[in-house]
Each structure stands twice: as C-alpha cells, then as structure tokens.
Design a protein around this ligand. Structure first.
Ligand code: 2HA
Ligand code: ZN
Length: 240
C-alpha cells in the first residue's frame, strides 16, 4: 500500500489543509506534529529509509524515546501539503535517549522538521506523562482574532480565559481548564519551549502573545475543534 493511502497520513494531510482553509497558515506559518501509534508505524514502515543523519534537538524527551512523529517541514507551506505531501511533511524517529531525531520519510526535496520541533517535542513529553499517552497531537496556528486580542486583553490566564469564555457557552465545555497566555517570546527558542511546557501542565491551549495558539489533544478532530472554538469566541469578542 502506498504510504499516502494510509489512514493516518490522509488525516494529517486533511488537517493541514483544513487549517490552511481557516486562514491560520499564511506562508509557512504554523506547524503540526503527531505521535504515531505502533500500528500506524507498522503500516508506513515499508516506505522508511534510515540513511539520513541523527540531529540533536537541544531538548530531551526521555519518555518519547523511539517514538515516530509526523511533522510539517520547516519553511514549508500548509497550503502545499495536499498537493505534494512527501515534499512538505516528514516522519521523524526519536533516538533511544530522546534527544535527537532522524527523518525516515518525506521532505523528498530536502529540509528538516518544523523550526518549532523542540517546542513540540518538549510539550508532547509533558502531555504524554499527564494524559498517560492519550495526547498525540500538537498544533501551532496563527489565527487572526486570537492574536488581535493579545494586543488589548489583560496578559494573565484568568482574565484572558474569562473574556473568551464569556462569548460562547460551549467554551467552558470545550476547554474547561481555560487557556494559558505567554508574553511575546522568540519563536523556535528553547525558552518558548520550556515556558509553553510549564503552561501545558495546566492547559491544553496556550496563547502566544502577538503570535498564535499552541494546542495539544488526543486526535485531529479534538485539536482542530478546540482551536476553532477559541478562535470563533475571539472573533465574536472582536466584533462585539
Ligand atoms: O512555522 O509559525 O512559529 C513558522 C511558525 C513559527
Ligand atoms: Zn508561529
């Protein structure tokens, strides 16, 4: 079976395209990583090659050693994923220490996983422990209204959450613990990775001021739904 026909790859590609259609991914904005199940790795592994080098990540995720992640490529556009998945996304394997990765499939015209790969991995690691391995997906997006609100709302978790929650009753159901908010920080840095991981101990959604949303969940549907809901509430608040 062609790897592009494997269900998880199809779902991943659809998620990228859905994000693009929402306007969350201008140019190369945003990134998406998914931790594969053993069965999914099995279904894809005939397409893997092991000739690309191990790359140190700068962070250690011991509990994710040996796991396989699907990732968007650094500098690649979400818009192009559906047209040529094998050029724009990849599968990366973590080493036995959980501190380096190698690409085993995809990025056929070169490149590396998202610039936010260390941030994603550190946060996968935190959520893996907290949820007993249930959370598999981390998505980062640039949604207009949520970003706009970070210029005007109070920069603390409680007040930011309250303002968003008040817009739609289902918010408290979809993200009952609310949202965390971080000040403007250097994108792709170890600092933003660690600060987000700290917030992820409490929240599934972290808003990066003047930048975007970082969110975690069990599957494609849940993460897309939670970001959609935060952004819709934000849009209502902006209009109000
Ligand atoms: O992938 O969105 O935060 C580009 C970004 C970095
Ligand atoms: Zn970003």
């Amino acid at each position: 079976m062609c790897i592009l026909d494997v269900e998880v790859i199809k779902s991943y590609v659809r998620m990228c395209n859905d994000g693009w259609l929402q306007g969350w991914h201008e140019r190369n904005g945003g990134n998406l990583t998914y931790r594969m199940t053993k069965e999914e790795v099995e279904a894809c592994k005939d397409s893997f090659t092991y000739d690309r080098p191990w790359v140190p990540m700068g962070v250690t995720a011991e509990n994710l050693a040996g796991e396989f992640f699907i990732s968007t490529g650094s500098g690649k556009y979400f818009r192009n994923v559906i047209l040529a998945p094998e050029e724009n996304i990849c599968i990366a394997e973590l080493n036995a220490k959980g501190d380096a990765y190698r690409v085993v499939w995809g990025l056929t015209k070169g490149g590396r996983p998202t610039s936010e790969f260390p941030t994603h991995l550190l946060n996968h690691s935190v959520k893996y422990d907290i949820t007993g391995g249930k959370h598999r997906l981390v998505m980062h997006v640039h949604p207009v209204n949520t970003i706009a609100l970070t210029f005007v709302l109070p920069q603390n978790d409680k007040d930011f959450t309250r303002e968003i929650w008040d817009m739609m009753p289902e918010c408290a159901v979809v993200f009952p613990r609310g949202v965390g908010i971080l000040p403007l920080m250097l994108t792709g840095s170890i600092d933003i990775a660690k600060a987000t991981a700290e917030k992820f101990k409490e929240y599934d959604v972290v808003v990066w001021s003047m930048h975007g949303i970082f969110s975690s969940g069990e599957n494609f549907r849940d993460v897309f739904g939670i970001i959609e809901t935060v952004e819709k509430a934000a849009e209502i608040l902006v209009k109000v």
